[in-house]
Design a protein around this ligand. Sequence first.
Ligand code: AMP
Ligand code: MG
Length: 344
Amino acid sequence: METVILEAGSPEQIRSAVTQAASSLRRGELVALPTETVYGLAACASNPEACAAVFEAKERPGFDPLIVHVSGKEMLETVADIPAETAEAVHRLISEFWPGPLTFVLPKTSAVPDIVTAGLDTVAVRCSNHPVFKAVIKEVGAPLAAPSANRFGSISPTSSSAVMTELSGRIPLIIDSGACSDGMESTIVRVEASGKPKPFIHLLRPGPVTVEMLKKIGKVITGKLLPPGEKPEAPGQLSTHYAPQTSLQLLTKPADFKPVAGRRYAMLSYRGQPKDGYIDLHPWHKVEILSPGSGKLPEAAVRFFFALRKLDECGADTIIAEPVPERGVGLAIQDRLRRAAASH
Ligand code: AMP
Ligand code: MG
């Protein structure tokens, strides 16, 4: 199968790409679409055959459910039954963070095929803020199942060329809208009544909507990663994921770096600052700096998968990653680094 890339830059290009993407989706085909987090591989969520093709293209195991995207509250109610005891909290979170990178795990309705939820009685739902994604879902007029547009377990794609590297020849169409603005997968939460005014917000996957932001609305409970091989409640809890092909070691302090003679090491640095103690440790084969401009975490998140992909392709034997501070979106970056490191 030949994979076509449609550029969606100018207003006319966007209009024609949206029309084409929507009619492909309605026909049951797959389309890779930009979102604010990473590129997603979309299919009509009500079409089990199209959803099966998503699993096939990604080589995703059947136990790892897909996220369903909706255009807003009204469409949400067609795929999820919001329990009365958490409805107020869920609606507060929705008014605060939708459209945006926050995914809810909620009891599913019968409109969602079992293949989408991997047989679970819950469904993960989000509402993207990306103008192209929004326009496509509006034109289709129905929920879209869209996990990240990469092969299972591999680095998430934040550009159309990364989708091409991952899925070329496996999907018919990619809509190219440039780089993703958040660069990190959505935050996934499950809301539980606490008996008090503030609900429990279980953080199933950290992401761009941070613990600090969620704390305003509820008591945030962070989960633990599962040991390899164990089946999770939410597959986002898999302890190995987001893995480059090159082995990756996440340091906690510069002294932990023990190079082996003859091996080529590449460095994934947070700010590239000598005073942080990592950048001058070694004559690195290649260096990528996550936040060379602002020296801040949101910039690091946007560049994270892009930088990881570059280091993966540079011919090094091992990628050495400097830790980032575990606050804000830094929690999501460290989460991805730990799982990438655990994959080898
Ligand atoms: P991706 O779209 O590739 O970022 O991955 C989707 C992730 O959504 C999965 O790995 C799960 O963590 C999460 N997810 C989807 N459906 C459910 C569900 N019903 N319950 C819990 N987590 C889910
Ligand atoms: Mg993914």
